[in-house]
Design a protein around this ligand. Structure first.
Ligand SMILES: Nc1nc2c(ncn2[C@@H]2O[C@H](COP(=O)(O)OP(=O)(O)O)[C@@H](O)[C@H]2O)c(=O)[nH]1
Ligand SMILES: [Mg+2]
Length: 487
């Protein structure tokens, strides 16, 4: 997310890092670069102007000059101001009011409305335990209803079989009636878009919103983060015309530069509620301005990582594996399970970026997809092994087994041998390492499941996934998103 902006900030901070004192001169120099970086990221110029002024004011304040480490304090000021322009804290939609709550999803064509509707239905059902009803009200694009109903079935949410010959207003009103009769709590109404702001569309949406006004609808605008300031302008028009209650930033996984995320709340006053980070229905995160500010500044986002881990990793299983590692009983089958747990957290890149300081390192390493491909190849290899072989890798000394596995997984025998050798080496290392950890020698976490040896020593990482109960107690400040590096 926002790699180029992160890089430029990092370069800009070189002027200040390591300096004994922040002076007006080195602040000016740094802020000039910060300003350019923000403008190049397509951030609204008024936002840039106010942001830079605020950072300057804070940096030159007395507090900082007396500070121990000015460079790090400057990063902290940047962090807080970045978070502030994006809205400071996560603002959740009010879900506590009486049902049925209508939520109208609006935005331009292709911005991600329908995808978001599916994701949000899943989120509301699973995380908020709400009974959701989906109402397809896009009668502009013929395939839109099918697309949405497929998503509805995929996430297991009930839907209305809307009559698309009616007006969006009529469709929505009927949908709300059905939702009431069926005792639903929330109705998600997916509307049509256009390529650009269009008077006919605005009139239809206004009409729809007006009809639902007595039910106090949420109006959620889906903004394609890749379109930068254009998304901000469109949001502004939608807000002036129909009144928005929230913004969703979509396609945050793609190479969006940051302009939309950093300007939209400041320019429109409408809070960003969620970010969409992929094409799958699980790729939805609540929007936390402070966490995004941390990611932009390469401070990582350990809180989100921990949340993802808690959702996706079976703690009992992880603990059982740690015990096996200690006793040198870690099997290929355990390794396989670990790899699967890891992939539930996202791509290598996505995971590493959430760890403080890793963003910059990763940009030096470059492409991580070879590692990811290698992992996929290994998975296929393991899938070609029998349960017995997975549990006892001694069996894999047999030539006939190796050649069967190579054939089954479409790879060379040498690759299979190579994997078995590496697995055995890793297993031999794990036992002593776990013992050391228990003794507190390394003072940290041994690594994410499936990636032995990656962690160690990072304070922000102490409640990382897969950690055993014993270790958790040792961590002092596991919930600090920054670790000691910056503060
Ligand atoms: N990479 C990525 N693609 C997305 C995201 N959200 C939507 N898309 C894709 O964007 C395209 C348009 O999405 P759709 O929901 O149909 O947009 P709508 O016209 O506003 O309903 C589809 O190909 C989606 O798969 C996202 O968060 N990340
Ligand atoms: Mg759509």
């Amino acid at each position: 997310m926002f790699d180029s902006l992160s890089d430029k900030f990092h370069d800009a901070f070189k002027n200040i890092r390591g300096k004994g004192k922040i002076s007006e001169a080195n602040i000016e120099e740094t802020l000039k670069e910060v300003r350019t970086a923000l403008l190049e990221a397509d951030v609204n110029f008024k936002v840039v102007r106010d942001f830079v002024a605020k950072v300057k004011e804070e940096s030159l304040g007395e507090k900082v000059i007396r500070g121990v480490n000015p460079g790090e304090q400057f990063v902290k000021i940047m962090h807080d101001q970045l978070a502030a322009i994006m809205g400071s804290e996560h603002e959740m939609i009010d879900l506590k009011r009486p049902p049925v709550i209508p939520m109208i999803i609006v935005g331009l064509n292709g911005s991600g409305k329908t995808t978001f509707t599916g994701k949000f239905a899943k989120y509301l059902k699973e995380k908020e335990k709400k009974d959701v009803y989906i109402v397809p009200a896009d009668n502009f694009r013929p395939a839109a209803k099918d697309q949405l109903l497929k998503l509805a079935s995929q996430v297991g949410v009930d839907y209305s079989d809307s009559d698309l010959s009616l007006s969006p207003r009529e469709i929505a009103l009927r949908g709300m009636q059905e939702a009431q009769m069926k005792g639903k709590e929330i109705a998600l109404i997916d509307t049509a878009g256009r390529l650009h702001v269009d008077q006919e569309l605005m009139a239809q949406l206004k009409d729809l919103k007006k009809a639902l006004d007595p039910m106090k609808p949420e109006v959620l605008f889906v903004a394609d983060a890749m379109t930068g300031q254009e998304a901000v302008n469109v949001a502004k028009t939608f807000h002036e015309e129909i009144g928005l209650t929230g913004v969703i930033l979509s396609k945050m996984d793609s190479d969006a530069r940051g302009g939309a995320a950093l300007s939209i709340k400041y320019v429109t006053g409408v809070p960003i509620r969620f970010i969409s980070t992929g094409e799958k229905v699980k790729d939805l995160e609540r929007f936390h301005p402070d966490r995004l500010a941390s990611r932009i500044l390469d401070m990582g986002d350990v809180l989100t990582l921990v949340e993802k881990a808690q959702e996706n990793i079976d703690e009992k299983e992880a603990e059982a594996m740690m015990k096996k590692m200690e006793k040198n009983k870690f099997s290929i089958d355990d390794f396989y399970k670990q790899m699967n747990m890891m992939s539930k957290l996202g791509s290598f890149e996505g995971i590493l970026k959430m760890i403080p300081g890793m963003g910059g390192l990763m940009r030096q390493i470059g492409d991580l997809s070879p590692a990811e491909d290698e992992m996929k190849r290994i998975k296929v290899m393991i899938q070609s092994m029998t349960k017995k072989e997975r549990d006892d890798c001694d069996l894999l000394k047999s030539q006939s087994r190796i050649s069967r596995i190579a054939k089954g997984s479409g790879t060379d025998e040498s690759k299979v041998r190579d994997f078995i050798k590496k697995f055995e080496q890793m297993r031999q290392m794990l036992g002593p390492m776990m013992q050391m950890m228990k003794g507190g020698g390394m003072g940290g976490f041994p690594g994410m499941p499936g990636m032995p040896g990656m962690g160690g020593g990072n304070p922000g990482f102490r409640q990382a996934p897969g950690m055993s109960g014993k270790m958790k107690k040792k961590g002092k400040n596991g919930r600090s998103p920054f670790g000691k590096k910056y503060f």
